[in-house]
Design a protein. Sequence first.
Length: 209
Amino acid sequence: MTGDTHDSRGTARPARTSPAHALLAALLAPIGAAWALRRAAAYRKSARPLAPAERAALAPCFPASLLDSARVAEVRRINDPAGLALLRRVAGPGVLDLSLVAGLALPGVVVIATDHAPEWSPDAPTPSPSHLALLFHECVHLAQWRALGAVGFARAYVRGFLAAGRSYRDNPLEAQAFDLTARFTRGERPDVWTHIAAYRSVRTRRPCA
């Protein structure tokens, strides 16, 4: 079931879901989207633009308009919402505990948890490879949020999670981010927006650069 969700070139394929999964995703998507938008607005108040060195490294792979608007918030640890804790009891261990992750992408904002993320200062002349890999992965999610819209992303994420047998890494949107990040760390410069636009449920135009 999970083998058909993505290919080796970073192009995610829509998850194959049952009617029950589709209904559950439709019900949860507006709730998840509303939470994500609220949290993004809160984090954005103390967030910074991409540092010049970060932007230069990411520029070959992302639309300029996305990098212009992206913000990075740094916190010690990301708060795990009560709803996710309840969902873990119901759905099992595949639901991530956000307090343990190094990064999180919300609409327009990358949140980096300094307790878990690679150390790097925006004032440093060169980002570390591990920092860039984390930032690249989360910026792929920023592009997915933009392409799908808040409710569309939330719906696709929930459907993908359920269709992948409640596997975080086999969720098509995560698989795409991991695949493209692996290519980036190998020295390739994939056009992220092209891969996201190839996702069959996306109906969007490339943002103006």
